[in-house]
Ligand binder design. Sequence first.
Ligand SMILES: [Zn+2]
Length: 228
Amino acid sequence: MSQWSWKQAVAEQSVNIVNSNKNAEFDLEQIYALESVFRERFPKNRHVREKIRQTLQRLRDIGFLEFLRGGRYRLNLAFTDLELETARAGEPGISVPETRTVVRSIRIRNTLLATDMKHRYENVCQVCQETVQLTDATYAESHHVKPLGSPHFGPDTEGNILVVCPNHHVMFDRGALAVDPTDLLVSHISGAFEPRFLFILPWHNLNRRALEYHQSRIYGKKHLSRKR
Ligand SMILES: [Zn+2]
């Protein structure tokens, strides 16, 4: 999980720099200037600068940042997981032209993790192994097996997330599909499709208790449509 916390930390600090300069571009020196912040957060790491550079590359891979020439970076203001807030007078923040909002913080909670997982699955659904093709990109959604919100309070971790297409997402949310925690067989409550094994990549350690929870509390139940 440390790779994930680095991503979170570097993303946060990038947003802070961008907001205080009111400019979406920044350079490595500006991030290095915050070295002590990272040292404090990751006291065991001896290669902080190297780690920062590596993490910036990973953030670039998921579309959070762009690399410019001359060692400069640009925050991708269109990145869907940036949380845009309405500007309040006098507050630091960079304005986004059309919407007149400012980027002040990012919803770190689950979106970067989920984005990262979708990237690693290349937007391929873990149920049907298909991807949704858009004009110039592919698309998938992330499903929290044990929902995050009340009354479930599922964990926001890799093990509780599945990468799925929109169709299979809604089927999980509405209790039409479930993954068997023992053999990872995906079944439809009304037998609408042949049971099939979940597609899973080796690094993805699914939380079996979350699967059990979904199977016993959500699968086959009606009126559980409160989506998150
Ligand atoms: Zn699917």
